[in-house]
Design a protein around this ligand. Structure first.
Ligand SMILES: [Zn+2]
Length: 124
């Protein structure tokens, strides 16, 4: 089994120059070349391509659209629940408990729908 990149760097010691980063990356334990589709409801796989251009986050267009649809819905509902909890006069105890539970559920689901920030391909 190949050593990890970190092990290779540590072997070179504190004086290692940046000239050797590419060599160490080439020799290190390789990273995965595939990953699950970003849609939490989907179990398809996306393959990394060494070609230029954006590597896919979703296995198809429908998953991409579904992701943003569900995420938007969760964010909108979360905002309404925030406002309902903050209204004056405030909600009754049982309603507040229900709303807080619904808020927690949306927060829990939104952990699976992170905001996707597309960065330029060549990051500096
Ligand atoms: Zn998918």
């Amino acid at each position: 089994m190949k050593p990890t990149y970190r092990v290779l760097r540590e072997r070179r010691g504190d004086g290692a120059t940046l000239d050797t980063v590419a060599d160490d990356l080439r020799c290190a334990l390789p990273l995965a070349t595939s990953a699950r589709c970003m849609n939490p409801e989907c179990s398809e796989i996306c393959e990394w391509s060494p070609r230029r251009g954006r590597p896919p986050l979703f296995h198809d267009r429908l998953c991409h659209e579904r992701y943003h649809l569900v995420r938007r819905r969760l964010v909108e509902e979360r905002e309404d629940i925030f406002e309902a909890l903050a209204r004056k006069p405030g909600p009754s105890t049982s309603e507040r408990i229900y709303l807080e539970n619904q808020l927690a559920r949306r927060r829990w689901l939104l952990e699976r729908y992170p905001e996707l920030l597309r960065r330029p391909h060549r990051e500096k």
